[in-house]
Design a protein around this ligand. Structure first.
Ligand SMILES: Cc1ncc(COP(=O)(O)O)c(C=O)c1O
Length: 387
């Protein structure tokens, strides 16, 4: 059937703007702005690991294509790092260097999903996972969980209730974007066990692992290495989001399939970005991440205190219910009032079925400015609902 002028219908469910439909309005604002809607960091990458530190004289060929799989030096550094963390006998074949965790998770979706396959997504969730699943013809199925009140048994019951004959995989992130919660070990173990009992793949997104302020990180990969894909990224741990470099670790046989998808979507990960990642892993990266963690924790705590919500346990976000401040018009007027005072925050529905929640990233601009943005939010909330 002729397609022109229609485009593919499976993309219709993906919103054109994920984090804020109001970003354009901020351009008209002349005062100090607080773009806290996107997850990013104000910190520059570790000294010595920035683009300005890479020279052709030191790295001849740094503007050429990298191998699809990843630069050998980076693959080896990742293997060493993940072996130490997981205790698994990992090799280069278990790793794919990707155009961010976004590119890596896309390669997983492309490698695993048949059209119409369902992916269970623990909600609230990182919004792009929904669009990634849809882009590769899968169907995202949100599994809403109250991270403050749930138990492992409750969690498994919710997964079970949404499981169908089409379910192919389970996705979750810990430390969690957007909730700032670190999933308890019992939860991760219960989800992994349940996924095994249902023959599902597991997509374990652990990109905020370096930023844990309370609680303990639980890795899914060592619990079920035969079915788990770990998503990691240099965007978060070393403040290199613009470099577009991350990686996946998973079962070797399927990683070969991931490489096929990667080859035919982004081909290879930017060479210079990989060189910067090698430098960070070999040198100042961990000290940088520890300093970032301390700074993020302090800002997150101060922001939470001002807003009267629980302090974050990890990641770089606060996600909370503002229902008490809304009338029948929902979030719209509140978000608009924020933009009119220079503040952008993200609406709850981007993260699953949360019509009265908002998310803010308290690391997107330097701490003092982020806290001025939080103050704006506190003042706007105090005026809502407008009468
Ligand atoms: C939970 C989560 N996973 C993955 C990513 C993607 O990171 P990258 O920049 O490596 O694509 C993000 C980015 O914000 C994220 O929050």
């Amino acid at each position: 059937m002729p397609r022109f002028p229609r485009s593919a219908s499976h993309l219709a469910g993906i919103p054109p703007s994920v984090y804020s439909g109001l970003a354009h309005r901020l351009e008209r604002y002349s005062g100090e702005t607080y773009p806290l809607h996107v997850g990013d960091t104000w910190m520059e990458p570790p000294a010595g690991c920035r683009m300005e530190d890479l020279r052709v004289a030191d790295f001849p060929g740094m503007h050429r294509y990298a191998p699809v799989h990843g630069l050998p030096a980076l693959l080896d550094a990742i293997v060493e790092r993940e072996r130490a963390k997981t205790g698994l006998a990992l090799e280069r074949d278990h790793v794919l260097v990707a155009a961010g965790a976004t590119g890596g998770l896309g390669a997983v979706a492309g490698a695993l999903l048949e059209p119409g396959d369902e992916v269970l997504i623990l909600a609230p969730y990182w919004p792009l996972i929904e669009g990634i699943v849809r882009s590769f013809h899968g169907t995202p199925v949100a599994v809403p969980v109250d991270f403050d009140a749930a138990s492992a048994a409750d969690l498994v019951g919710r997964l079970e209730a949404r499981h169908s004959a089409r379910t192919a995989a389970l996705y979750f992130s810990t430390p969690n974007n957007p909730s700032g919660r670190v999933l308890p070990r019992k939860w991760v173990e219960a989800m992994v066990e349940w996924a095994r009992s249902r023959d599902l793949w597991i997509l374990s997104d652990e990109v905020y692992e370096p930023f844990i302020f309370a609680g303990e990180h639980t890795r899914a990969l060592p619990l079920a290495p035969e079915r788990t894909f770990l998503a990691q990224t240099f965007s978060k741990c070393y403040g290199m989001a613009g470099n577009r470099c991350g990686y996946m670790v998973g079962p070797a046989a399927v990683m070969a399939e991931l490489r096929k998808v990667a080859t035919h979507t982004f081909y290879s990960t930017p060479t210079a970005a990989q060189l910067a990642a090698v430098r960070a892993l070999a040198g100042p990266g961990d000290a940088w991440a520890a300093a970032a963690c301390a700074s993020y924790a302090a800002t997150g705590r101060a922001a939470a205190e001002r807003l009267g919500v629980p302090a974050p346990q990890g990641s770089t976000f606060l996600f909370f219910d503002v229902a008490a401040h809304l009338d029948a018009r929902g979030l719209g007027p509140l978000l608009e009032a924020c933009v009119d005072r220079g503040l952008l925050i993200a609406p709850g529905p981007s993260f699953g079925p949360f019509p009265t929640h908002v998310r803010l990233c308290y690391t997107a601009v330097e701490p003092a400015r982020a806290l001025r943005g939080v103050e704006v939010l506190a003042q706007v909330l105090a005026q809502f609902p407008a009468r």
